[in-house]
Design a protein around this ligand. Structure first.
Ligand code: 13P
Ligand code: SF4
Length: 349
């Protein structure tokens, strides 16, 4: 086993030997000892925008999860190769919707509501789901632009099918003033629609998916930190349940959370409801503020954490020696339709 110093030295040597052929992208949830090698770091939206503009690098190594690397491959040129250092770094939320389930859902809801529906998928979804959405006139959103994109979707159709995260869908719908009574939940396992009051005429059909990390931030945690620190500000990611978001002072994407901390005066106290790698990094970078997790007992995002130094080193050294790489390649037909959904979003952002 290599020591931390040896790993660092070999990663730096591989980076240097690949030179301009290599760009490393890193999501804010990556571990400190991995994100430090990223040429660009960002939230899903920023990384997608950067990926769309990288033209000279041959290899894009993505430190993040599978759907993000797929999005990068869809936006990259055909000659570029996108590498995910551990192919098992998926996202449990993205895995909650597959193409077949989406087709079944579409049949059920179009039988009820005709062509009054536009599909909108969170980027945390597979390329196949994005392709279905693109083919059916819909578009993607990220947590940074969900409000703007959803507002745009409602300009084109009366109803939205939002997938796979019911919480981002509900929280964004509420921001746009849609009453909870006009939101229903589609359960892909039962192929059934659940209405809040038994029945209704929904404006939003929310897919029954969630993030296993963010749903662990509950209203009781907001109450606990407020009791302990009456002047604390609570800021959460909109993948948290509505009841938690409602009690928080602010909610937004990882970039938004970082911006709020950077702009706050010294002495501000924060409880943050999002992945711990980011929360702990912000606490270290801002000793002039008090920063704690809204729930220190939650598990980290296990798949984000799969990308570690040994995997990154292995991927880079495979590139240097031209051996087989953990490549992410979306087939052309899927990529074409998925790109349409992503491009529609990027135009609005
Ligand atoms: P961002 O859109 O803030 O990057 O979040 C992505 C994500 O996976 C949150 O769990
Ligand atoms: Fe997926 Fe949740 Fe991990 Fe984000 S935090 S990558 S939504 S499992």
């Amino acid at each position: 086993e290599l020591s931390a110093d040896e790993l660092h030295a070999r990663i730096m040597a591989a980076k240097e030997s690949l030179g301009k052929d290599l760009v490393i992208l890193g999501h804010h949830y990556q571990r400190d000892d991995v994100i430090c090698y990223a040429d660009y770091r960002g939230d899903s939206l920023k990384l997608a925008q950067i990926a769309a503009n990288i033209r000279d690098a041959k290899y894009i190594v993505f430190c993040g999860v599978h759907f993000m690397a797929e999005t990068t491959d869809i936006l990259a040129s055909d000659e570029q190769m996108v590498i995910l250092p551990d192919l098992n770094a998926g996202c449990s939320m993205a895995d909650m919707a597959d193409e077949q389930e989406l087709e079944e859902c579409w049949d059920v809801i179009t039988a009820l509501y005709g062509d009054s529906i536009i599909p909108v998928t969170y980027v945390n979804s597979t390329a196949q789901v994005k392709a279905f959405v693109g083919k059916h006139g819909g578009l993607t959103v990220t947590s940074s632009n969900a409000e703007r994109v959803l507002a745009h979707a409602f300009e084109t159709k009366q109803r939205v099918l939002f997938l796979p995260d019911q919480h981002l869908g509900r929280n964004t719908g509420v921001k746009l003033g849609i009453p909870l009574q006009q939101m229903c939940v589609y359960d892909p396992k039962e192929m059934e629609i659940e209405f809040p009051d038994g029945e209704g005429d929904p404006k939003m059909i929310l897919w029954k998916g969630h993030c296993s990390v963010h749903t662990k931030f509950e209203p009781v945690h907001v109450q606990e930190v407020r009791e302990k620190y009456p002047d604390i500000r609570v800021i959460v990611h909109p993948e948290c349940p509505y009841e938690t978001v409602r009690l928080a002072d602010a909610n937004g994407s990882t970039n938004y959370i970082i911006q709020q901390i950077e702009r706050a005066p010294a002495g501000t106290k924060w409880a943050i409801g999002t992945e711990h790698n980011l929360v702990h990094r912000l606490a270290k970078e801002h000793p002039e503020q008090m920063i704690i997790s809204l729930n220190e007992r939650i598990c980290p995002c296990l798949t984000m954490n799969r990308i570690d130094r040994p995997h990154l080193l292995w991927a880079l050294e495979q590139l240097c020696t031209d051996r087989s790489q953990p490549v992410i390649r979306v087939d052309q037909e899927t990529a074409k339709w998925a790109k349409l959904a992503i491009d529609r979003m990027l135009e609005i952002s």
